[in-house]
Design a protein around this ligand. Structure first.
Ligand SMILES: [Mg+2]
Length: 255
């Protein structure tokens, strides 16, 4: 018993001092410390979001939403959607003309983003680590296929499958993640979804039954307005560089 308690406390101290933060309450944190004494879950694949996760944020999404929706509708919709605006979903039922203009505006913002594209610090190292353990790497983005192709060619790293906006339905629907699991012939609970969006990446991952890790570089999701969101991540990191140690500490990574 003494051994168990001291081990638990040392694990708890490790946890609180660690840059990898649990999204949930302290109670959940302590229970996950205890749970970590049971056999670790097997991890056979990691699926990444692209914009803001594998690449440094280069698109000003709030400016894009303003341009597409107009200031008044933007503010009205934003107040009703605390976890973020689903712009593609909003324009889905617009008239063809209005929708065409909206897609053009979105494409303009995405083109400007491509010009400034940079890979996220820690991304290549994390890919190298996953490759060394034979853990598969996939990608799901709401951006277009051309942007994924550019990302692959510019940074010399490839994710497969890499599903873009052309795959319907897109995130936050779990369909793209379930599709990747079936291509890989693994169960969703053997996969982790990593992304910087609570409403798209975490919602997609949780609904598919996968583990989820939220990349929150600035701590913006610490705000109380996200306390009651429907889908909460299993893990939260402030840098991709922390994912490697998170995986080693919490998962069975044997191929
Ligand atoms: Mg993103």
């Amino acid at each position: 018993m003494r051994l168990f308690i001291s081990f638990s406390i040392s694990r708890a101290l490790f946890f609180f001092n660690n840059p990898i933060r649990s999204f949930s309450s302290m109670a959940t944190t302590l229970s996950s410390v205890t749970a970590s004494l049971s056999p670790k879950s097997r991890l056979r694949g990691v699926v990444f979001d692209m914009d803001g996760t594998l690449t440094v944020p280069a698109i000003d999404f709030q400016a894009m939403y303003r341009a597409v929706l107009g200031e008044q509708d933007y503010l009205a919709i934003k107040s009703k959607c605390p976890s973020g605006i689903d712009i593609l979903n909003h324009i889905e039922n617009w008239s063809p003309d209005k929708q065409h203009t909206a897609y053009e505006t979105i494409a303009d913002f995405e083109r400007q983003g491509l010009d400034r594209l940079q890979i996220m610090p820690g991304a290549l190292e994390l890919c190298g680590f996953l490759d060394s353990r034979n853990i598969r790497r996939g990608l799901i983005t709401r951006n277009v296929k051309a942007a994924v192709d550019l990302f692959h060619s510019r940074f010399g790293v490839t994710f497969a499958p890499a599903l873009s906006r052309e795959f319907r339905p897109y995130k936050p629907d779990p369909a793209p993640l379930l599709h990747i699991c079936s291509v890989w012939e693994v169960q969703p609970n053997e996969v982790m979804m990593v992304g910087d969006s609570l409403k798209d990446d975490v919602a997609c991952g949780k609904q598919a039954g996968a583990f989820t890790c939220l990349l929150d570089e600035t701590g913006r999701y610490d705000s109380p307005k996200y306390a009651d969101v429907e889908f909460k991540p299993d893990y939260k990191v402030s840098s991709l560089a922390h994912v490697h140690s998170l995986l080693e500490a919490n998962f069975d990574l044997t191929p």
